[in-house]
Design a protein around this ligand. Structure first.
Ligand SMILES: *[C@@H]1O[C@H](CO)[C@@H](O)[C@H](O)[C@H]1NC(C)=O
Length: 364
């Protein structure tokens, strides 16, 4: 019986018992995970809809990813043997597509807080993304029934990867109210408190297998470096990322203990990216302080634009544009996160059990 299940799984992907569906992912995030949602937000100023975004992926045309290639979530999903979820705002999607591939709610400029990134005019904050997820659940219940939907959403994998915009495009910018309402400590409490509520809502909606990604050294993104006279990383900003990672790690561990049958995990790649930025050649990179795609010497340009000049070897740059890592840096980040999470491929886990647990075999 077990052998049959495994063979079926290999041929058709993981088919869940009791529901005509598979294990898929639901991804909540910002521009680091956006795979095209903002392209459907016509008024949004956070866009990756022009060359040279997407140049190293598929047909090389912009696809909504804020990178030259794959996102970290793309790479992790691929390595776990999960399909890549399409953007939720793609109106051509049917319930069947969702049952096969899951959905991605990530939106450039989005944050944990609603008020983050409002200067991009249109974006999906995490609360909004969760609201859309509730709509998805209704659709699926209508399609396969309450019982099947319950299994489908219980077995699905969830990714929550936001936070940098809450600093870069909110707290650290004087144009935002939050920057003068809070200090480092009270803002962190507010942010983590909001994330706690949101992760509990996801649990109440049936999410059980959930990964929270922490932040990288965001004081070292090219956009932050040009704000200093020396061109060095902004240590104050990095410190905020470290504090956020520590607090969200504690939060996730606390929830994992508190919420029955939950498998909530936290992982960040802060240390390895920090080392990569200090010692790029150690990792086969050549440049870790400038964007590969930049508009000549006029920096910071907000995005990479068609008139920009590209670096000669994109795989050797840590940063693709002012904000976002390149495909090759994302691969390194993804490998580090997989190591931290200790996940193995979904199709190496046999038949799903009622109290699911991803085999926690550490990979080396
Ligand atoms: C954030 O916005 C959503 C609407 O997208 C709303 O439902 C929610 O209550 C807001 N959250 C807060 C804390 O105001």
């Amino acid at each position: 019986m077990k052998i049959i299940v495994i063979i079926v799984a290999i041929i058709f992907g993981i088919v869940l018992e009791g529901c005509n569906c598979k294990i898929v992912q639901f991804i909540f995030g910002d521009s680091l995970s956006d795979v095209g949602n903002n392209m459907h937000l016509s008024r949004s100023l956070a866009q990756a809809n022009l060359p040279w975004y997407g140049i190293d992926m598929g047909n090389g045309l912009p696809n909504g990813r804020f990178s030259n290639g794959r996102t970290v979530a793309d790479i992790i999903g691929d390595k776990l043997g999960l399909p890549r979820p399409p953007p939720v705002l793609d109106t051509s999607l049917t319930e069947k597509d969702i049952l096969i591939n899951g959905l991605n709610y990530a939106s450039g400029g989005g944050g944990i807080l609603n008020e983050t990134g409002t200067y991009f005019i249109e974006k999906l904050s995490l609360d909004k993304q969760i609201e859309l997820f509730q709509g998805t659940q209704e659709l699926i219940r209508g399609k396969i029934g309450k019982r099947g939907a319950e299994i489908f959403f219980r077995e699905a994998r969830y990714v929550v990867a936001l936070g940098s915009n809450d600093f870069i495009n909110n707290y650290l910018m004087p144009v935002y109210t939050d920057s003068w309402t809070y200090n480092d400590e009270t803002f962190m409490d507010y942010l983590i408190g909001t994330l706690r509520r949101q992760l509990k809502v996801l649990y109440s909606l049936g999410a059980r297998q959930l990964m929270v990604f922490g932040l990288g050294p965001m004081g070292c993104i090219p956009l932050q470096r040009v704000l200093t006279t020396t061109g060095n990383c902004r240590e104050k900003v990095n410190k905020l990322a470290v504090t956020f990672n520590k607090a969200s790690n504690e939060l996730v561990n606390e929830l994992a203990k508190q919420l029955p049958n939950s498998n909530y995990r936290f992982g960040d790649a802060y240390d390895v990216v920090s080392d990569l930025i200090s010692n790029p050649t150690k990792y086969g990179f050549e440049n870790s302080d400038k964007p590969c795609c930049s508009f000549g010497r006029i920096r910071p340009a907000l995005t990479c634009v068609p008139a920009s000049i590209l670096c000669s070897d994109r795989s050797k740059y840590v940063f693709w544009d002012e904000y976002h890592p390149s495909d090759s840096a994302n691969e390194l980040i993804a490998n580090e996160l997989i190591k931290k999470f200790g996940f193995s491929r979904v199709d190496q886990v046999a038949a799903p059990s009622p109290a699911p647990d991803i085999a926690p075999s550490p990979q080396n």
